[in-house]
Design a protein around this ligand. Structure first.
Ligand code: G4P
Length: 528
């Protein structure tokens, strides 16, 4: 059993693709799955034409806005390896959600558009990876189109995010005239052939240096010279620096044409780390082969309108999961029977009977589970650290338009709060019936009001509050000091934290200057 668990865990690669919207994340996901056997169900990833409607975008709003908010995991096998690809929402307003997903991966692929390089959302997501020490492989996409030079792109990585680029391939042919890549580890040229619309895996030919020089002439020569320059300028590949997240292997490709995608998968198998023991709240490592443990990183309802269900997504950290086993929820100490367990990607679902460390299981109708909860089997108990809430920067008072629906309103708000769609703040002054929604980005409000309306039949009025700066108030007795200053307001979050809200840093500074000894702290180090 123990060897079974260790062997299975070693075969796992659990990662997410992080990118700015439009860099090609959906295209790459499809291309990756094309090279692999999708385990959950055939056809989980659809052709491009239907894509936006049927894969990971299921809420109407997502379709309307062309964004992906909800996220789940796609599992597929590639050779002997089991790949778990976790989907992250692309929009900055959902960075808290993305952060939670990234807490469940062992590595990430940073996807860049060759013409744009590092974009705002890539930078933010990368910061999260750095904060969590997640090793990152960089895939420079859209090389079939004109873009920046490979040297410029490498320079961006080292200059702007202080991440040492270690190219493993180098494009042969400038962006827009992409012939293939120089594989820096074999000194061969990998020549790609186009297939209609990239609909099938692109055939690859491997040319030795002499043949490549003949076939690609100046382009080959340039690839040799430029890559040598980069490698000698500190770009030599070092596995330990990839694993400690101080450097990133870089490869070039075109997801749409399926160029370089197989190589990316090969690298994930070869270089990316598998699951490692997770550290619990007492700072002890939970061995991979210990009895089953997992933590919930995402709760989602309303994915299937026909069933109105709720799915809690948990990442397995140790042991073997067998459907039907009874586990304990460390937060409540209560037992939890795992009868309905699924893998979910977009609208595709399939039952999961067995899962190993690195896998993601979707616990259906797990209404008792909240984001951050730990599940475990047997004794002694284990609890992993909760997932931090981000510092909100947008606040709005919420009230039902029809006061007769106050009960449904309360139920809906509780639900959205437990899923982490929004944070909910209350105060005696404002009253229980008019909570304040708090969000990292305003689009979270849109989602909340859309869902309250669609799923709970409550139309809501949202009145924006002018606050942008938030701190945690350590001593509740100091609440009056802030309220009396008339420059801020104190509200209590559902987790019990007292949050002091100010219009801006200037207002905060004034209050601090006037009141010595006022104890205010940042919400989460590294995330606000
Ligand atoms: P996202 O999920 O990161 O938002 O990006 P998505 O895959 O939707 O890709 C964004 C656009 O970039 C799409 O074009 C897609 O076809 C294009 N794209 C992705 N990979 C490549 C590539 O390797 N080369 C080129 N030239 N284009 C690529 P679109 O016009 O927005 O959509 P569509 O009409 O093609 O679906």
């Amino acid at each position: 059993m123990t060897t079974d668990i260790l062997d299975e865990s070693r075969r796992r690669r659990t990662f997410a693709v992080i990118s700015h919207p439009d860099a090609g994340k959906s295209t790459l996901t499809e291309a990756l799955a094309l090279h692999a056997k999708v385990l959950s169900s055939a056809g989980a990833v659809h052709g491009k034409g239907e894509r936006r409607g049927v894969t990971s975008d299921w809420l109407e709003m997502e379709r309307a806005r062309g964004i992906s908010i909800t996220s789940a995991a796609l599992q597929f096998s590639f050779g002997d390896t089991v790949i778990n690809l976790l989907d992250t929402p692309g929009h900055a307003d959902f960075s808290e959600d993305t952060y939670r997903v990234l807490s469940a991966v062992d590595s990430a692929v940073m996807l860049l558009d060759a013409a744009k390089g590092l974009e705002p959302q890539t930078l933010k997501l990368f910061d999260v990876c750095r904060y969590r020490g997640i090793p990152v492989i960089t895939f420079i996409n859209k090389w079939d189109r004109p873009g920046l030079s490979p040297l410029e792109l490498c320079e961006e990585l080292s200059e702007r995010i202080n991440l040492r680029p270690m190219p493993l391939t180098w494009p042969v042919g400038i962006a827009g005239d992409f012939k293939g890549v120089l594989d820096l580890r074999t000194d061969q040229m990998v020549r790609y052939q186009r297939t209609a619309g990239g609909a099938t895996a692109a055939p690859e030919e491997f040319l030795d240096a002499a043949t490549a020089a003949e076939a690609a002439g100046e382009d080959w020569q340039r690839a040799l010279e430029e890559s040598e320059l980069q490698v000698s300028d500190g770009g030599e590949f070092k596995l330990d620096q990839f694993l400690d997240a101080s450097a990133t292997p870089v490869v070039f490709g075109a997801a749409m044409l399926n160029f370089g995608v197989k190589h990316l998968l090969d690298l994930l198998v070869e270089l990316a780390p598998g699951p490692v023991p997770r550290v619990d709240v007492q700072e002890r490592e939970r061995p991979i082969e210990a009895p089953f443990s997992a933590f919930v990183f995402k709760v989602q309802t309303g994915m299937d309108r026909a069933h109105r269900d709720q799915v809690a997504f948990a990442r397995v950290c140790s042991g073997r999961f067998d459907r039907g086993m009874t586990v304990t929820n460390a937060t409540t100490g209560r037992p939890f029977a795992t009868k309905y367990v699924q893998q979910v990607f977009g609208q595709q679902r399939s039952t999961v009977d067995i899962a190993y460390p690195g896998d993601v299981i979707g616990l259906v109708n797990a209404t008792a589970l909240r984001v951050g909860d730990t599940l475990y089997e047997g004794k002694p108990p284990v609890k992993f650290p909760g997932l931090p809430s981000f510092a909100p920067a947008h606040f709005a008072v919420a009230r039902p338009k029809d006061l007769g629906r106050a009960k449904q309103f309360r139920k809906g708000v509780d639900q959205l709060e437990s899923e982490g769609v929004i944070q909910v703040l209350r105060s005696d002054r404002r009253g229980d019936g008019t909570p304040v929604f708090a969000a990292v980005g305003p689009m979270q409000f849109e989602v909340a009001s859309h869902r309250l309306d669609g799923e709970f039949g409550v139309a809501v009025d949202l009145q924006n509050l002018p606050y942008r700066t938030v701190r945690r108030l350590r001593d509740p007795a100091q609440r009056n000091v802030i309220e009396a200053s008339r420059r801020g307001e104190v509200l209590t979050r559902t987790d019990g934290a007292d949050l002091a809200l100010f219009t801006d840093e200037v207002a905060l500074g004034t209050v601090l200057r006037q009141h010595d000894g006022l104890a205010l702290e940042h919400l989460v180090a590294g995330t606000d």
